[in-house]
Design a protein around this ligand. Structure first.
Ligand code: SF4
Length: 128
């Protein structure tokens, strides 16, 4: 039973980060997203205490461990913090499939140059 509960917990960490059946995006796309976030004025440093207050620190920590084990890396990673528009941990979010990002992000407060808005526009058909 302990194995099952660990597996379920792992699934929860995995799916909340990458979505059901999700895979991390290609490194080149994650790097491009990271480069946008690094210079975005909404990329804000937030302390662990704040994350603890939000009740998500342990989940974020575990997801970071999984990311590190998968060797998912971008240049300038230390400059990625928390998006003050969507409250997401950018070092994780840049690896999420755009569908999962869109299902879990309020687009209204994002910066006009945000990669989420660009990718959303790129995925919309000209007829929609
Ligand atoms: S608004 Fe977009 S580009 Fe800016 S920090 Fe948030 S996710 Fe990154």
């Amino acid at each position: 039973m302990k194995v099952l509960s660990h597996a379920l917990q792992f699934y929860k960490w995995w799916s909340s980060w990458l979505g059901d059946g999700g895979k991390p995006v290609a490194q080149q796309l994650a790097q491009s997203r990271a480069d946008t976030c690094r210079i975005c004025p909404l990329n804000k440093e937030m302390s662990l205490i704040t994350l603890l207050a939000e009740g998500v620190a342990s989940t974020v920590h575990r997801q970071m461990e999984i990311r590190n084990n998968l060797k998912l890396r971008v240049e300038g990673e230390h400059e990625l913090h928390i998006c003050s528009a969507c409250s997401c941990v950018l070092g994780l979010k840049i690896w999420s499939p755009i569908r999962h990002v869109l299902d879990n992000t309020d687009l209204s407060d994002l910066h006009p140059q945000c990669w989420i808005l660009k990718e959303t526009n790129n995925t919309q058909s000209p007829c929609s």
